[in-house]
Ligand binder design. Sequence first.
Ligand code: 5GP
Ligand code: MN
Length: 340
Amino acid sequence: MNNILDLKPVLHGPSKKFFITTHHKPDGDAMGSSLGLYHYLKKLGHQPTVVTPNDYGSFLFFLPGEKSVIQYESDPQQAFSALKDCDYIFCLDFNRLSRINELGDAVRAAQQPKIMIDHHLEPEDFAQFQLHDSKAAATAELIFQLMVLMGDLHLMDAEIGTCLYTGIMTDTGSFRFASTSAEIHRTIAFLKESGVDHVKIHEAINDSWSFRRLQFMGYVLANKLQYLPEKKTAYITITAQELLDYDVQTGDTEGLVNYALSIEGVKFAALMVDRTVMVKISFRSKGTVPANEFSAMHFKGGGHLNAAGGQSSESLEVTERRFLEALENFYPQIIRDEKH
Ligand code: 5GP
Ligand code: MN
């Protein structure tokens, strides 16, 4: 493993081509850190390209540079040619190549040096350079640290700052999760002084719902929320038909699981969505309840202590049943948690 500081002569050297990729169904941190790095590299005179495995929520379309993003699923030729052409590969906000689907095999086989910047636990050893900190609240925070390490903070501007603010804001639940350190607030202060309009960002992310999405949320909360007070657990299942009925778009289910967690006393929440090819599951927890361990043990997933995800290749009904069975062994641990 090389030292990340060895990249300094590369970043400060002649113009190079950088391939930047991030995880499946990118969220605010995945897109914010990727586009923040994109603008930073451009400012250094390089030629970066951001390639995502697939699409993302329209609430991220406001990010500066978003129009330049290549989506592998809809444009594999262009994605592969950017990969073939590049000098370096940045992998952001994921630590296993399986998290970028088929693109992962191509990245694994690529000969160019890889740089992983990430904050998920237990990284896979596929990159020659790593800027990894599982205590970091967001990968966008690590992009900020990269600029500090390279002595480039003077290059911070409203474009880079808007992207990094978005990543940090979304991954900290708007600065409320335990990961929100004093350092994060200092970083945010610096971004604000660099011209970031935080009102515009919060409005773009939170006040950009379609009428249908809000109706879908109302339907789900009224009809689909299951509450198990004796297990301090709440969960939601969504069928493929319901996704069709409400014309649910990519990103529209984001945040739903947090409503299950917002019931007083609830420490563990799940959202199971039938995506036809598989059931995608999101887990959220409070205190020391290990959502990532539950996900890894039962649903081929992982993530952070309080926010994890996984999947099931069985039907939604079977998946729900398996979840409830697994919960029988897990809930004593939820009840025991003393932090809340
Ligand atoms: P979300 O529920 O928002 O999709 O994901 C929450 C967290 O769990 C994120 O940090 C994400 O990277 C992680 N995660 C989501 N799905 C998976 C998965 O299928 N496998 C692994 N290893 N992590 C996941
Ligand atoms: Mn992240």
